[in-house]
Design a protein around this ligand. Structure first.
Ligand SMILES: NC(=O)c1ccc[n+]([C@@H]2O[C@H](COP(=O)([O-])OP(=O)(O)OC[C@H]3O[C@@H](n4cnc5c(N)ncnc54)[C@H](OP(=O)(O)O)[C@@H]3O)[C@@H](O)[C@H]2O)c1
Length: 280
């Protein structure tokens, strides 16, 4: 049976991949985001009901992060509207090791709706589709937490698990943790990208304070700086968060994508090749 599935955040890193897979399987997908019609905006609860109308299931990606103030109210309101819309399933993307996100997970788990929680570790794609692309292009990556060993996960793997969760009710009520196959440091990440691109890229270990100062000097908004500092300190600062999970292999029978494989694939697309602007 083909479902009507709402993908909130369907233009983002995991959402876009989930949309592509569901459409390839013949499901009817509606993207929920500010740039769609009807527009969906987390900051405006009056936009929730129109995108839920006629939907059977939803994949929920909260932006910018379930840890920010306001996330709980938004998730509570979305759950309320989802019950009214009689959704048959909600899959929530959460962050592995984010204590603040657990309150939002609980709202979904206590909603009375069938649900699956997907907790992901830090994404590989932060280096190619997000805030860490720019330093890679500049050839100099200065980041705190040099000792943190992180099981970076590929957004393709997260999407594969999300699609399974949306389509299999045997996964109802479960919390799935998706990570990569191994724990690596930022120094290794940068070495792998340099190797894959055949470029010279350096890693510089800095303190969290220096990182925060650099972000503020770049005139990034205070709430964005707060969030990045929180994610580095709380998520990467606690080694207990950084365990490799067996869930991807258990569900798919495959090994998760390694960072080396991701780097090889992305390098071929040219995303990491600095653009050379020729003088006029
Ligand atoms: N990045 C990581 O390493 C990581 C790790 C674990 C968990 N997560 C979780 O992943 C989630 C998304 O993070 P991300 O950085 O990966 O997202 P992303 O790829 O940047 O995608 C954001 C998506 O949300 C939409 N969006 C942004 N602001 C919105 C708003 N106010 N209302 C409605 N839609 C909005 C965007 O589309 P429009 O611009 O069209 O609105 C886009 O589709 C967060 O909940 C985070 O906790 C991320």
């Amino acid at each position: 049976m083909k479902d009507n599935i709402l993908v909130i955040g369907g233009t983002g890193k995991t959402g876009r991949r989930v949309v592509t897979s569901l459409r390839a399987l013949g499901h009817h997908v509606r993207i929920g985001s500010r740039s769609q019609t009807p527009a969906f905006n987390w900051d405006d609860p009056s936009t929730y009901a129109p995108v839920l109308e006629g939907m059977d299931k939803a994949y929920v990606v909260y932006s910018p992060d379930l840890a920010v103030p306001g996330a709980k109210d938004a998730i509570r309101a979305l759950v309320r509207e989802s019950r009214k819309a009689k959704l048959k399933k909600v899959v929530l993307l959460s962050g592995k090791g984010e204590r603040e996100a657990e309150a939002c997970e609980k709202i979904v788990a206590d909603s009375g709706l069938p649900y699956t929680l997907v907790r992901a570790s830090w994404f590989n794609q932060n280096f190619s589709e997000s805030f860490l692309l720019e330093p890679v292009l500049a050839g100099h990556v200065a980041l705190p937490m040099p000792d943190a060993a992180i099981p970076f996960v590929d957004a393709d793997d997260i999407a594969e698990v999300v699609v399974k969760a949306l389509l299999n009710d045997t996964l109802d009520g479960q919390t799935l943790e998706v990570t990569g196959p191994e724990k690596i440091t930022f120094a290794t990440v940068v070495r792998e990208i340099a190797r894959a691109t055949d470029r010279e890229i350096t890693y510089q270990a800095i303190s969290l304070e220096e990182y925060g100062r650099a972000l503020r000097n770049a005139r990034l908004p205070d709430d964005y700086v707060w969030l990045l500092e929180y994610l580095f300190r709380e998520v990467l600062g606690n080694d207990e968060n950084q365990t490799v999970s067996p869930d991807f292999e258990r569900l798919t029978g495959k090994q998760p994508t390694s960072f080396r494989e991701y780097a090889r694939r992305v390098a071929q697309t040219g995303v990491w090749s600095p653009k050379i602007v020729s003088p006029v």
